[in-house]
Design a protein around this ligand. Sequence first.
Ligand SMILES: Cc1cc2nc3c(=O)[nH]c(=O)nc-3n(C[C@H](O)[C@H](O)[C@H](O)COP(=O)(O)OP(=O)(O)OC[C@H]3O[C@@H](n4cnc5c(N)ncnc54)[C@H](O)[C@@H]3O)c2cc1C
Length: 279
Amino acid sequence: MVVDASGFGSKSVEWLKQYGIEVKEEKVWIQLFYATRFFRLKNQDRPDWCNLLISPSFPENPYGAFIQTIEENRFSVTFSGYANERAPKTNEEFFAYAQKLPVPDVLHFLEQVEPISEIKIHKIPYQVRRRFDLADVPEGFLVVGDAHCRFDPVFGQGVSVAAMEALELQRFFKYFTYPDKGSTKTFHKRISNLIATPWEMAITEAFRHPDINGDRPLIQPIKQWYSKKVYQLSAFDPEVYLRLVRVMNLIRPPLHLFHPKVGFAILTNQKKRLSVDLK
Ligand SMILES: Cc1cc2nc3c(=O)[nH]c(=O)nc-3n(C[C@H](O)[C@H](O)[C@H](O)COP(=O)(O)OP(=O)(O)OC[C@H]3O[C@@H](n4cnc5c(N)ncnc54)[C@H](O)[C@@H]3O)c2cc1C
C-alpha cells in the first residue's frame, strides 16, 4: 500500500505515465503571486484590529491584502495579485500596490510602520484537479491532499479538504482489507466527491477574472450571478452571512445557499435596490 501525500510537487502523475496510465489534469492558470513583507510599528499606537483581510472580488477588484499581527509587536503584510499583475518588489511598488486596493486601510497602516524584512514573492501558477478517480490507478496506490488537487490558496480551502481526506483515509484503512479489488477506485471516487464542491467554488470565482481562461461550464454565468448576489447580501444580512460561511468552510453543501430564505432575500433586496436607484 502506498499513500502519496507529498503535496503539490507530487510525482504521481509522471510515475503513472511511465506505466502508460494517463491521469487527466484539469488546470486553471491563475498566475497568482503573494508578496509578503514584515513590519513593526513606528510608535506604540496599535491598530484597533488584530488581522485585516481585503479579499479580491473579480472583476472590479483583482487585488487582495492580508495584514497579520505576529509576535514581538510585528506584522506581516501580504498582497496578492492574479494573471498579468506584477508583484511589488521595491518599497515604492509596495506602497503603490496598497493604493490600488478599494479601501485605504492598508495604505494608512503602511504609513505607521517601518519595514524589517525584504519583500518575499511566492508564485502559484495554476490550480489543478487531478482525476485519479477516472484513471486506472494500480490497486493500493492512494493520492491525497495537494497531490490530488491544488486550490487557489486565497480562498483557504486546501487544509479543510486535506483534513476531510485524512478522515476518508482513516475510514479506508478501517473498512477495506487490502488488496480488495476496486477499493482504490472507490477511495479516489470518494476523494473526488469531496473535492468537487470546493473546486467548483474556486473556479467559479477564478473565471470572473477577465484574464483567467479555461473551459467554462455552460451553467457558470448563472452560478456567478447567484453567488455574487449572496456575497453582496452577506455584507448586511446575518442569516445569509452565516449560511455563506458554513458553505465556504465546507460545513454545509452549496444547496444551503439555495434555501427559500436566501432566494427571497435576494429578490426583495433587488427590489429595494431598484427603488433606491430610481429615487
Ligand atoms: C502560500 C500558500 C498559502 C496557503 N494558504 C492557505 C490557507 O490560508 N488556508 C488553507 O486552507 N490552505 C492554504 N494553502 C494550501 C495548503 O497549504 C495546502 O492545501 C495543504 O498544505 C495541503 O496539504 P498536503 O499535506 O497535501 O501538502 P503539504 O502541506 O504540501 O505537505 C506535503 C509534505 O510532504 C513532504 N514531502 C514531499 N515530498 C516528500 C518526499 N519525497 N519524502 C518525504 N516527504 C516529502 C513535504 O516536505 C511536505 O511537508 C496555502 C498554500 C500556499 C502555498
